[in-house]
Each structure stands twice: as structure tokens, then as C-alpha cells.
Design a protein around this ligand. Sequence first.
Ligand SMILES: [Zn+2]
Length: 675
Amino acid sequence: MRLTTTLKALFVATIMTITGCSKNAGNTAPQGVSETTLTQTISALQSQYPAADADRLERGIRQAGALWRAEDGTDTDFHAFALDHFVGNDEDRDALFLSLSRIMENLNESYDLLTVNLLKPTQLTTEGEPTEADWIMSGFSPSAHLLDDLFQNKIAFLTILNFPFYSLEEKNRLGTEWTRKQWAEARLGDVFTSRIPADVLASLAQAYANAENYIADYNICMDRLRTEQGEQLFPDGLLLLSHWNLRDELKAHYADTAKHNPQQEMIYEVMLRIVRQEIPLAVINNHEALWYPHSNRVENVSDAPESDRRYQKILDIFHAMQQMDNYCPNMPTGIIRNFEGDIEIPAAEVDSLFRQLLGSEQVKMVAAEIRSRLGRDLRPYDIWYDGFKARSAINEKLLDGKIRKIYPTPEAYRQRIPAMLTELGFDKSLAEEIASHIVVEAARGSGHAWPCMGHNEPARLRTRIAPEGMNYKGFNIAVHEMGHNVEEVTSLYFMDYYMLHGIPNTGFTEASAFLFQHRDLQLLGYGRQKQDREAVLDAFWGMYEIMGVSLVDMHMWQWLYANPNATAPQLRDATIRIAADVWNEFFEPVLGEPDCPLLAIYSHMVNSPMYLPNYPIGHLVEFQLEQFLADKTPEEWAEHYQRCYRLGRLTPDEWMRRAVNQNLSVDACLEKVGQ
Ligand SMILES: [Zn+2]
């Protein structure tokens, strides 16, 4: 994953990301300039600049007037400000655009660097043990007051007045005809569309940081787990982070030949105990405790359950989000802000897109194939069936040994990035230039990518490397993160306008991460990888799983907004029921086990609310890109990759149209699987 919609969005990208809160700021702000003043200002400026675009002029004045507060001045002050600061000729407007772009880059980059440095002790293993002070600072939001300040010094009003905001619908409709420059100007118009007080932003940032710390430190000591017969199934010292490492360990056991796999059954049991919060608190991160997950017995420690800490973290984020709702009258819920503001696809569209795939005949066909390969009836955890990957055919221990030699340290990985990019088809000098903007660092968590926000900053690949060197799991994740980094560098360092840097939503950077991750064996010298039959089935089964989890996440948030006074135990019961409902509709018919709550295990649901839909959207984008790239040579592959990721931050619709001449859809995928 990439840290942008959680901590990042709040710390750094405040001015880039918290946008779109008022789609039509002209009508609904609680206070603002009077209609009489607005009309007078509009007509005064229209007579002063008869050649100026009348729609844009009126838009800018109305949007600025809606966010003007008593503390900014009187209506007369507003009128004078607008007359002074509206730029009526194209040449001066272009100069202002460049100047504001530079300011945005400076602010984004500087706050980002500050945040990166403050978070290093808690995020990286190279900085020693984090102190109490480091943990406190990990929840600190340096840019929390930035928005306030930029309204106070009137940079915000200068921007809105000259570069007004366009709604998602308008961008999709008008944007088909826009030039690159017009798109960049529209993205500048997205920066100041709401005025959320700093204390509200800060409390949301704190809630996210608390959830993040809770998740990052949630390890299960696998060597302390016992079967009911007292048997130890996992090797000494194996410590797995929930849920990512647990899931990956479960996946790794598909390489075993036995039909019944007690390790998988035990991990499944652990996951259910976490979802239901029956897991004894004392077994988390504890090397002393002995735990029998099947009966939930413990030895050496108390058996008191964790009892809803997990759901309390989600509630804390919800409550902080509700405070923000008051300042976003036209996008009054976190759900709307997430889907129409951040993802830029309305929630109802995402829901219906996912249901088309989840309910398809193709799911049953693929399930039948898995059943025949496993030679047994399917179990719920077979949502993570891993047998479609070419890598499962290669013994993981062999891979571990090979990778450990090549990648003993983060630095060794960094040095090989140009060679890996060349292997994928990138021109040598381009590969070196991209690699020169990427640093590799040793992460405490499961690994993530941290993007660059300006031209003096590298993209960061954070990976977890054991003292004895990188293993295959670590390598596979590192390649995924590298896919993010290459996108981040391409969409910033090779972009025509800073305001267009990046991608439409995080699904598109996930698509890049998947494109790379699915070629990890190619990077180890096992030959060119394409989207062959196995890869298609693998991608499809992955989408089936994550779309299910995404629906649970979305429906949980819908339930929260319908039940704003819920307690943590009520949220737990509701989440278990929601997960069971999604299961019964789309998963029970092929995997059995009515009312199974397994889909609620994802850690993202706790620390990155509603981030999960980005993954299946990413898979769909990847699928459409893969199809488009399928018959290309490695050089063409790399060229088209560059062309697509230099499109920048258009809307998802427009990006897809320009990249592959299609809308975002499940059709291509279903068709391919059907074949
Ligand atoms: Zn990712």
C-alpha cells in the first residue's frame, strides 16, 4: 500500500487532498458575502474586463465570496479585494498560475519532508527504539494550521478568484475538451474548496495515528500457538503482523501437497478470534503466552479477551470525521468525501461495479477449478488461494536462499533498481534517472511506499528486511512498493505541470504496483512474465476477494452514519453481521460456511477507512492496462507505461479514456476469464 490517504492526506497533502468539500460553494456556506455584493462585484469586473471568460469570472467570485468570513473583512473589503486581485489578461494569469504552482510545490514538499523526518523513529528500524516523545510526535500534524494561514494571508482567495473549482461531473463533461493547461488550472481550483478549522483536522490526524500505531504493533507469536493436542505447527521465532503476514503465511502453505493443512486452519481460527475480539489480550505480541486458538485456552497469562479495542479505534476515527462533516455541507459525510472527493467515482457506482464481478458466473467457474486443483471442498480461507501464481510452482525456500544472497540490505536493493527496470524494458538512461529519485529504507511495518511531493525529494521504498537478508515474501512486497515509486517518480519528475502531478486516485498507483509485483519472478531471472492464463485467474480471484472486503468496509461506514451513537460492542456486532451478509450473498455459494465473518479481518478497515476499494479499482485498471499491453514488446511496454503515467491527475474516467480508450469496467476482465 501507499501512505497517502491516511496519515499523509492529513499531514502533508492537506492542501492537495482535502478538497471538494463543497461542490458548489456558492450556495451553501454558513456565512459569506451577500448576494448584492457578489452581483455588484461580478458586474464591476465584467465591465472592467469584457474579454474575460464570463463563466469563470462569476464562478471565481461566487466561490471566494462563499468562503469569506467576518474575520477576513466586510463585504466592502471583499469587493475591493476582488477588484484588486482578479487578473483580467491571459499573460498575467499565466504568470500567477506558475507562481501559485511553485508555492503549492514548496509547501507540499516542505511539510512532507518535515513529516517524513518526524516519523522516521516510529517507521524505520535504523533510528533506534522510538522514545515516548517520538510516539507523541508521530501523531503531530505540522500542516494542520496551514489551511487557516492561507486563508488568513488571502492566498486562498487569490487562488479561488482566478482559478475556480469544477465539480467531478463538470470535470468529466468539460474535461474531454480541455488542454493540459486547463486541466492543471482546474486542479489548482481543487485546492481551496473548504475551510476546515485546524483543531478539527488535528483531531482526525490523531485518531488515524492511534489506529496506525495499534495496527503496526499487532503481532502474533506463531511459535506459541498450539493445537488442542499441544502440537507446535510454526517454527521458533516466527512473528506475524496481523493481518498481512498472517494472510501471506496462509498463502504460502498452498505450496504444500497435503489436502488438509492444519497450519491454514489454525491461522483461519486466529483471524476469526481477532474479528470477533475473542483473542486473549495477553497473547498479542507476547512471547511468554501459550495459546490454543481452537479452544481459545491460554497458559501462563490471563485469558481476558481483547474486547473491542479494534472497533473502538474505528469509532474514534468516525467521531473525528463527523466533526469535519459540519464544515462540508455539500459533501457532508466521510463516505461522500472519500468516493466523490478522493476516489472521484461515486460510492453507488463503485458498489454496482463490484457487484457485477462478485455475482458473476465466472466466480463459480474459477472456484470449480480451484476445487479440482486442491482435490477437496473449498474452505473460507480459500479466498486467498495462491495456486494460480507461477511462483507457487517454485519452492519458496529456494527463492528465499537466492534472494537473501542478492538482497542482504536495503542498499543492495537500491543498487539493483536500474537493472530491474531495464529487465522490464526501460531504456538504460531512463531507468537510471528514475532510480536516482528512489531511496530504499528498512521499515518497521510490512512495508510501504512514501511518495515524493516536489522536485527536491526522493520517493521512498520502505521494506522489512530480516537480519539474515530479504526473503521471497519481502521481495514480492518490495517489488510492489517499487511499482508505486516508479509511478511516483514518473508522474512528478516527468510531468508537464506540477498541478497535474500524480494519478487520478490511489487505485491507479496500486495498478502500477500490481504491474510490477506480477513480474517479480522476471526480475529474478525466470523469464518474461505476461498476463497468461494463470495470471488472469490469479488477478480475478484477487479481485473477488478484495471487492468482497471492500463492500464490507463500505457497508460498515454506511452503518456508522446510520447509527452515529453506536458503542464499540455494537459496531463489532454490526461489522460481523455485515461481513456475514456479504459472505452469504457472494461467497457462501462457492466457499460454504454460512455467516462467516472472515472478510472483516483486513487491517485497512481499522487504520485506513474506505481505502480498500482502491485495490479492486487498481486491479481493474491493471487488468485493462495488461490487456492493452499484452502484445507489446518489452520496449513498447515501458514506453506505454511512461505515456500512461505521464497523464497525471485527470479524473479516473478521463485518464482511462486517454490511456486505453475505454471506461473503467469489469467487462474486459469477465470476458477474458470467460474464455
Ligand atoms: Zn500498494
